[in-house]
Design a protein around this ligand. Structure first.
Ligand code: SF4
Ligand code: SF4
Length: 501
């Protein structure tokens, strides 16, 4: 049966006057869009394969290339837009589930952009972060209700295990397999230099990265890939992954074609085997079951490591978080519906879950109402895009934020959203050696450090403007926030007033 023609998403525009047929674009494009036509001595393109990653555009020595949106459209129809029709054609041709990667691109509300931050004027002076000390350090973990000190002033209370971060940001879970060795190396080096943590994701820890253990969160997901005693011992904290914002309620699948060499060794599964993470943990069907795993992991690491439980932001997240806080977990990580992924079914990514802003406000409030807020720290992720988003998240009640897409952008990601293909032209979401080497881990790590240092400075400036000199004093300080263009209901859930009030 012949398939239906699917209109290419992009047009490759090549300037004949600039192109010198050097064939750089041909070598740089793993999607084989460009080719040299020997007979005519010119370059040609197969735009149907182009994903608009901008690699060829960036590296063309004569700036001869431009990738633009293909304007070829069917007749306008407000009910059946172009993308919807094209997706139906693709499914009619393939009979398969549509796959996507990175975060939800739909124009759903971004509440961060409807929340504004306060600044001090006249009665409460701002603080100049260049001249006054500003504390950006945070400690994540269970906080004791009371702290007692001995006569010498030293702590008598034994503190539960804590994570110390130099700033309230960590690199979120991205597995070795979904991203490359060099991407992991960049994250590990940068986290160590910055005094923050990165996260192994569910793919285990490559032996080369054990040296960065003090700055690593080791993840235990439903597939239990690469989990063993030394792995748990090495991490600064252990994260149980129950869910992920980009694909709540479903498992993960890394195809056997990507399970090669070191990836297979690190995951402890044979080469060529599909790495399937089941949707549920097969031993967790209640908070009591979760508690058993939390305490098994604590027991295995002699109660020295904080345990994080990561969940996707879903409708009854406040009740779920309340259960997790009572399970013995030290930290709850909540991933909003705009969170990224290496691969997810498009329908799930675009339609399941709730915004992190609403989930965070609801959880923080619920834990306060129940008097158990100090039992856990809250870490939120799912499209934290800037220092301003971090500050807003802290004021809404978070202890720290997880970032992943922003970190990948610092590594050179161009958000073409086709990580699932394994042909990332920027050397990030790929295992192909010739592509992996395009990302230099030293340069990648330096750019991550730059980004975080820039955010740290901006966080200090924003806090200084509010007259606040520590992250601790900002946490849960919703008086510092005002909403614009939000309904009564949205303001109520966020627990903030409208601008002008
Ligand atoms: S996929 Fe990337 S490298 Fe290939 S033609 Fe398109 S923009 Fe250029
Ligand atoms: S990681 Fe690579 S494949 Fe994925 S969105 Fe970024 S540039 Fe595209």
């Amino acid at each position: 049966m012949n398939g239906i023609y699917v209109t290419p998403e992009f047009d490759v525009i090549r300037s004949d006057t600039r192109c010198i047929a050097c064939r750089v674009c041909e070598r740089q494009c793993a999607n084989e869009v460009h080719a040299f036509l020997e007979k005519k001595g010119v370059m040609i393109s197969d735009e149907a394969k182009c994903v608009n990653c901008q690699r060829c555009v960036s590296l063309c020595p004569t700036h001869a290339l431009k990738i633009v949106k293909n304007e070829c459209r069917l007749r306008e129809n407000a009910n059946w837009d172009h993308a919807t029709i094209q997706e139906i054609y693709k499914q009619a041709n393939s009979g398969g589930v549509l796959l996507s990667s990175m975060g939800n691109p739909k124009p759903l509300p971004v509440y961060w952009d409807k929340i504004l931050i306060n600044a001090s004027q006249v009665t409460n002076p701002p603080i100049d972060p260049l001249r006054e000390p500003m504390e950006t350090r945070v400690f994540l973990g269970k906080k004791p209700e009371k702290v007692t000190r001995g006569a010498d002033g030293n702590l008598v209370t034994t503190l539960p295990p804590q994570i110390e971060l130099s700033m309230p940001v960590m690199f979120s879970a991205m597995s070795y397999g979904s991203i490359s060795y060099n991407a992991h190396a960049s994250l590990a080096k940068a986290a160590t230099e910055l005094g923050i943590l990165y996260n192994t994701g569910e793919g285990g820890l490559h032996e080369d990265f054990y040296a960065y253990g003090k700055n690593t969160v080791v993840q235990v997901a439903s597939g239990r890939f690469g989990v063993h005693e030394k792995y748990l011992e090495t991490g600064a904290a252990i994260e149980i992954k129950m869910g992920q914002g980009a694909k709540p309620g479903i498992g993960g699948h890394l195809p056997g074609t990507k399970i090669v060499g070191d990836v297979s060794r690190t995951r402890m599964i044979p080469e060529g085997t599909d790495a399937i993470s089941p949707a549920p943990h097969h031993d967790i069907y209640s908070i009591e079951d979760l508690r058993q795993l939390v305490y098994s992991l604590k027991e295995a690491t002699r109660y020295k490591k904080p345990v994080i439980v990561k969940v996707a932001a879903v409708h009854n997240i406040a009740a779920i978080a309340s259960g997790i806080a009572r399970s013995g977990a030290d930290i709850i990580a909540i991933d909003g519906f705009r969170g990224g992924t290496g691969a997810a079914p498009t329908r799930i990514r675009d339609n399941v879950g709730i915004p992190i802003e609403l989930a965070l406000a609801a959880v923080d409030q619920r834990l306060r109402d129940e008097g158990i807020r100090g039992n856990v720290s809250l870490v939120v992720g799912g499209s934290i895009r800037s220092a301003a988003d971090v500050v807003k998240a802290l004021a809404l009640g978070a202890d720290a934020c997880y970032i992943a897409t922003a970190a990948l952008l610092a590594l050179g990601c161009h958000l073409c959203r086709t990580c699932q293909s394994g042909k990332c032209n920027w050397g990030i979401a790929t295992q192909q050696p010739e592509l992996v080497k395009r990302l230099n881990p030293e340069l990648g790590s330096a750019r991550l450090v730059n980004l975080m240092n820039a955010w740290r400075h901006e966080i200090k400036e924003l806090m200084g403007g509010m007259g606040i000199n520590s992250v601790e004093a900002l946490r849960g300080n919703r008086l510092m926030l005002r909403g614009v263009g939000l309904t009564e209901k949205e303001l109520k859930i966020l627990g903030i007033s409208h601008a002008g009030e």
